[in-house]
Unconditional design. Structure first.
Length: 233
């Protein structure tokens, strides 16, 4: 083997080593993706705010149209208080109430309180739930049995209970009450033979993406987003 042949073999070997190193580097990567979740799930927040919106929609403020009103929200609380107050003020303003922040400029003060504002859930399974029954038998080593479900269902609820009353600022006399208003929202997740079905009064992002994909497969394009904002004169 001549000198030129040895040089060519060495060059080929170096190129092969470099290619392998490049592939290994590209495959392993040096970056990272951080995945985080908020302390409260989006499902919980959607259920609660939807229930609150339903309750607010049942209140009639029309008798205070063109009346300066102060909303007292001191008895409202929790992580969604800003939303709760905003939706109340919006409903009042939509029905012609003149909202004022200074109690001395108000003819009426409306006080609001929430007796219930929370979520609940229940679930059921058709099949055999996960258990350790084998470990309870004599002469049989402990053995965990996984869940064998033919069908499952989980229902999640958002529930709110709201009441308001109004008093005259000059006399302090009681002038109006909303009565007790209850409203709820729900989300149902069901599986049958491995297929997932979901329904409810709220819509999750995954549901919207699924609808978008179905529209595209049917040649209808994606759902059209509606522009927000309305001007009332």
């Amino acid at each position: 083997m001549g000198r030129s042949d040895r040089i060519e073999i060495g060059r080929t070997a170096r190129m092969a080593v470099g290619a392998v190193a490049l592939l290994v580097g590209a495959g392993s990567g040096c970056g990272s993706i951080r995945v985080t979740d908020t302390p409260r799930s989006a499902t919980e927040q959607l259920l609660l705010t939807e229930a609150w919106d339903q309750a607010i929609g049942a209140i009639d403020f029309s008798q205070f149209a063109a009346t300066p009103v102060k909303l007292d929200d001191a008895l409202l609380g929790g992580p969604d208080k800003n939303w709760m107050v905003y939706r109340l003020r919006e409903a009042m303003a939509r029905q012609g109430v003149i909202l004022v922040d200074d109690p001395e400029k108000a003819e009426v003060v409306v006080e609001a309180a929430a007796g219930v504002y929370g979520t609940n859930s229940n679930s059921m399974i058709l099949g055999i739930p996960a258990n350790n029954v084998m470990g309870a038998l004599p002469f049989v080593p402990p053995m965990a049995m996984g869940e064998a479900a033919l069908a499952t269902r989980t229902d999640q609820f958002g529930v709110t209970r709201l009441a308001l009353f109004a008093r005259d600022t000059a006399t302090g006399h009681f002038v109006w009450e909303s009565g007790t208003i209850e409203a709820d929202s729900y989300l149902r997740n069901a599986t049958v033979g491995g297929l997932v079905f979901r329904s409810g009064s709220i819509e999750l992002p995954s549901d919207r993406r699924r609808k978008h994909m179905i529209h595209r497969l049917m040649g209808k394009g994606g759902p059209t987003a509606r522009a927000g904002g309305h001007v009332h004169e």
